[in-house]
Design a protein around this ligand. Structure first.
Ligand code: AMP
Ligand code: ZN
Length: 115
């Protein structure tokens, strides 16, 4: 979509540290990481957020989530664990309106919010 920064990454119009790409999914390092490992996983198809997905996107959404699992494992997070976040809509703090999952992990010790 015109002006969408993640569509530009999909089209390789702007650089990104990609960790995975196929015809439907792209994953890359967050430019402003909030964890030692911070990867964004996005569909190639421009969907603003999860609420904009329709019945025809069911298969894509399944693939997206399964890719998250594999990409997290590929980043070495399978054993240590990770946090998965998807902001949906302005009230959630979403800044980039192209559906994405944040994979956050790689802390050496338990983060403060973990007891
Ligand atoms: P959200 O608040 O869920 O929309 O988060 C958007 C995320 O995209 C933020 O964590 C940003 O740091 C990240 N981001 C924005 N522009 C880029 C970019 N060009 N390359 C990589 N990550 C980006
Ligand atoms: Zn987009």
């Amino acid at each position: 979509m015109n002006g969408c920064v993640f569509c530009k990454i999909v089209k390789k119009e702007i650089p990104a540290k990609e960790v995975y790409r196929d015809g439907e999914i792209v994953a890359f390092r967050d430019i402003n990481p909030k964890a030692p490992v911070h990867i964004l996983v996005i569909p190639v198809k421009h969907l603003e957020d999860l609420s904009k997905a329709g019945p025809k996107d069911r298969e894509l959404l399944g693939k997206l989530l399964y890719s998250v699992k594999e990409i997290a494992a590929g980043a070495g997070l399978e054993k240590s664990g990770y946090k998965l976040i998807s902001n949906n809509g302005i009230g959630s703090g979403q800044l980039v309106f192209h559906l994405h999952f944040h994979i956050l992990g790689g802390w050496q010790k338990k983060p403060e919010w973990q007891v």
